[in-house]
Design a protein around this ligand. Sequence first.
Ligand code: AHM
Ligand code: MG
Length: 336
Amino acid sequence: HAADAHRTDLMTITRFVLNEQSKYPESRGDFTILLSHIVLGCKFVCSAVNKAGLAKLIGLAGETNIQGEEQKKLDVLSNDVFVKALVSSGRTSVLVSEEDEEATFVESSKRGKYCVVFDPLDGSSNIDCGVSIGTIFGIYTLTHTDEPTTEDVLKPGNEMVAAGYCMYGSSCMLVLSTGTGVHGFTLDPSLGEFILTHPDIKIPKKGNIYSVNEGNARNWDGPTTKYVEKCKFPKDGSPAKSLRYVGSMVADVHRTLLYGGIFLYPADKKSPNGKLRVLYEVFPMSFLMEQAGGQAFTGKKRALDLVPEKIHERSPIFLGSYDDVEEIKALYAMEE
Ligand code: AHM
Ligand code: MG
């Protein structure tokens, strides 16, 4: 049928979120405006990532970020674009970026009711070889009218009102949850619009892939070691799991969301809190996993129940299919 070949009723991300927000009578479009600024940042980064080789944007910026990692030009650029877009939206008060040691407090004339935590360009070790990288973000609401402080973002992940990521891969995909399921939008480059292509994503209840940096295995704790051993040599007659590890959290979590399985960044002897940051890596991905029917666990508790004390705090994380996370939870429970 001709009408099928050319879809004429395009569900853009803006239209989708406007529809969702219209369910709340108090909604005045602030969230939609905020999101459109995040979307602008994602489109900019997408285009910059695609041109990186050509534009000679790749390379060291000669700066080191606060975690002592090398900072690439694209990270700096992406961060600048997101901070400026978020401030100019007029809908934010506090911003926390992986690239900035301190939180950004928006000047009072431009303030709004949201606080945004984000990693503007995650997976930077993959930039130079053209492997998928991404942006991760989480959104809190400001619950008072006093001067904003970091306390406004040092809240458990279950208080986020929205979370998402954008993956710059073979296509550019934005995956979003505002607490009513998980929805995926693909950038149509000819339109410059994110179009709903993956409505209501649900993660398979059990998967057959595990995803972890096994190079750290000798420093793992007992439960993680046992779990990965079980993935490779299951004793209950089930087939062994496949290993997939991109090394970009967005890509590894995206695959886990669509295909099922488990993603692990455990604690190890060298990094007792793991590597990934609570506010802008662990929380948004855990929020999405739960919204898709999966689970996210820290080795001690539900990830979204963590209460961070510092904006760049780290935590071990195990997330993915419900049944697979259930298994690692059982192994940690045996330790206690
Ligand atoms: P980055 O913020 O320096 O890019 O590091 C975050 C990345 C994640 O995307 C990924 O899951 C993890 O670090 C990979 O770490 P490792 O190289 O230790 O396996
Ligand atoms: Mg990062």
